[in-house]
Structures are given as C-alpha cells and as structure tokens.
Design a binder for this molecule. Structure first.
Ligand SMILES: *Cc1c(COP(=O)(O)O)cnc(C)c1O
Length: 397
C-alpha cells in the first residue's frame, strides 16, 4: 500500500466542477487583479477568524513581510521569535534588515515558550532594547500560549504578529477578567499571517496568503504597502511591494473555506485514530514513540466550547532512532517528513552573525527526534493501520 504524506486528489474531486465554474467566471470577467472577488474572500476569512480586517496577499511569506513593514520594523531592530519554524518566519525579519532574537520552544507543543521569552525580553531591556516586535508561530495547527505572550507584549509595549500559516481556525482559551473567551488564531495579536500554500489546511491552486488585523490604521497601511506603497496611486509616501493575491486564487479558496470545518474534523478524527492504534501497540509504553498533545482540548471539552483546539496541519510524533524510522517508512511507500531538520538559529544565512554560540536545546532536540505522519482529511483507516503497523515493525526488528 502507498500512503502519501498529502494527497490533494480526494479534496479536489468533489469540488472540481464548482471550482472550474468559479475560475471560468474570473477568466471571463477579465478582472484579474484585486476587485470584488478578492474583497469578498478577505471579508469571509476575517469573519471566520474573528478579526475586523483581512488583506489578501501573494503568500504567507508576503503576509509576514507586509505585516512587519506595516509595523515599521526595519534595519537595526530585533524581533523575538521561535527558533523552530518554517524559514519564512525568520526570513522576513532578515529581509527587512532586522535580526531575530530567539526564545526556545516548549517541548510538548513545539511552540515558543513564554518562560524563555521572559528571559530574552528581560535581557534585551537591560541592554540595547532592540526588540521591536514578537512573532509567535502556531506550529502544526495548535496555538502558542497567547495569553502569556500577550501579557509579555503588554509589559514591554510590543506588537505581536501571529504566524498562523499552519493554524487557520485553531482556537485558544484566552482568559480575561475571570472569563475564558475562545479566540481564533490570527485574531489575538496586532496582526495574523496566513498561508494558502496547497499543503496548508486551507490551500489554493498555487500560492496565496492573508493578513488579519483589528486596527483600521494598520489595515490601511498594509493595504497601501501591498500596492507599492502608492496612495493615491503613483504617490509613494512609503516603499511597499507587489504583494497582491489573485482573484483566481480567492474564488477557489472561498469555495474551500466553506468546507474547512469538516476538514478540520476529519484531521482530528484521524489523530484520534492514530492515538487508538498506537495505544494497541507497546510503542507508547516503551517510549519508542510519543504522540502530539492537544493541550487545550480538555479545557475546551469541559467548557462545551468549539472544537478546533488543534487542527493538525501536521501530526508530529517524537521517535527513537528517528532517521532509521523515516528510512523504513519511505522504503515501504509511507510518506513522512521532518519539520524541521535544521533549527533557524543554525541556518547558514546566519553564519558570522553571532548565532554560533547560542543554543536552544529543545529546538535542536525536536529537529533530531520528530517526524510528521500523514494526517490529511481523506486518509483512510486502512492507510493509518498500515502506517502504524510499519512503525511497529521497525521497532520489532
Ligand atoms: C507555510 C508557512 C509560511 C509561509 O507561507 P508561504 O505561503 O509558503 O509563503 C510561514 N510560516 C509558517 C509557519 C509556515 O508553515
């Protein structure tokens, strides 16, 4: 049996006619740049996320870049972020002439650890006070600890840009005045950045991204930055870029957005299936494998709240002899992947910039020990049986 890490055929097949009709309408309209279809999608995503504004851009990377530009991040500034994420999180900081300051991750959620952030911020406050913003990443589809992150941001008066590329729709239990309000990824900080890369839970037929925010002035600045900083057209008070999303993407994404809750449910069902399959083996007891934890789930269930505590963009396990297991799975046609094999502070583009001496042990350990298994919504129970059996087989050898 072949089990791919991701197979988009099953998602596209039932939507194909609807999508072709919507794309044809865009083609026939000749409105190929921005316009009402883009605006409709921006409104729909903002509403889904519980944010006031949505600004569609060409990718998740451009969302991060435009958000940081909108907040005025530039040369000499530093941005506090996680050392364990997709490269774009750090790349955008560096592209603006700013530099990343890292705080290690929590080993359970793989998200930035507020304890380590507290230390980094205290150290920065004693020194040059270069940190001008914070980028938490909601990795694999589960929110970072935003309550504590926002408290730190408030204490140091820093804006928070949520990298929600992997977490559209994921909820977080925000405590305020003795009450818990379940808030969606991207609606809690100054800005939220989303990606519609095809492998994300909401994926287009190409690249796409979006920024959510609640401040009308920031939204307006980002809108202007999206079109070269021209406002009015041909009058450039600031330097922006061409960060636009195409309507041909937004009509596809709008159709898929309506299916997103059911796909999230299917991913969670697959996660539950993995849990029960692994529980039938000795792999958890003997410590060969440990499974991802949905840390807000119990609280959410107790409160009878929504259900998107974890949207499982990836189902990431820790495994003994990880590289051997990966090879074993690949040799049996099971898709699995390492996200991410090299932590950000060890990337070559930082060579000579003073990151050689720093160490983030949990990020480094995650890079050595973790492995993503197939979790896409259309994955079958048979496929999951096969995946878990192949993993068990590796440790029986
Ligand atoms: C996918 C992703 C991005 C970048 O999105 P693109 O649309 O590929 O540019 C940024 N951050 C994280 C955490 C991602 O997973």
């Amino acid at each position: 049996m072949r089990v791919p890490l991701l197979d988009l055929h099953g998602q596209m097949a039932p939507l194909r006619d609807e999508i072709l009709a919507a794309v044809t309408e865009v083609i026939d309209s000749t409105q190929y740049i921005l316009g009402p279809k883009v605006e409709q999608f921006e409104k729909n995503v903002a509403a889904y996320c519980g944010s006031r504004y949505g600004i569609g851009v060409a990718s998740g990377t451009d969302a991060l870049l435009a958000a940081l530009m909108g907040l005025g991040i530039g040369p000499g500034d530093a941005v506090l972020t996680t050392p364990y994420s997709f490269f774009a999180t750090m790349g955008c900081i560096l592209r603006l002439g700013a530099s990343p300051v890292f705080a290690d991750i929590d080993p359970v959620t793989y998200n930035i650890d507020p304890e380590r952030m507290t230390e980094a911020l205290a150290q920065d406050a004693k020194g040059k006070k270069r940190i001008k913003a914070i980028i938490p990443v909601h990795l694999y589809g589960q929110c970072a600890d935003m309550g504590r992150i926002l408290a730190l941001a408030k204490q140091y008066n820093l804006p928070v840009v949520e990298d929600a590329a992997q977490a559209i729709g994921a909820v977080y239990p925000m405590k305020s005045g003795g009450q818990t309000v379940w808030q969606r990824a991207g609606s809690m900080g100054e800005a939220g950045c989303f990606s519609f890369f095809p492998s994300k839970n909401l994926g287009g037929i190409g690249d796409g991204g979006l920024i959510t925010c609640n401040d009308p002035e920031l939204a307006e600045r980002i809108r202007i930055i999206r079109v070269h900083g021209g406002a009015p057209k041909y009058h450039h008070g600031v330097v922006g870029g061409n960060f636009r999303i195409d309507p041909i993407q937004t009509v596809v994404l709008d159709i898929k957005l309506s299916r997103l809750p059911e796909w999230h449910r299917a991913r969670r069902r697959n996660a539950a299936t993995y849990r029960s399959l692994f529980a039938q083996t000795t792999l958890l007891e003997n410590g060969a494998v440990s499974l991802p934890e949905a840390v807000y789930e119990a609280e959410g269930k107790a409160a009878g709240e929504g259900e998107d505590y974890h949207i499982y963009n990836q189902f990431v396990i820790r495994a003994k002899e990880r590289d051997g297991l990966l090879h074993h799975l690949h040799s049996h046609d099971v898709g699995a992947e390492i996200y991410y094999p090299i932590p950000l502070h060890r990337q070559g583009c930082l060579a000579g910039l003073g990151y050689e001496d720093v160490s983030f042990p949990e990020a480094e350990r995650a890079s050595r020990e973790t492995l993503a298994l197939p979790i896409f919504p259309e994955l079958t129970g048979e496929m999951q049986d096969f995946v878990v059996e192949k993993i068990a087989e590796f440790y029986r050898r």
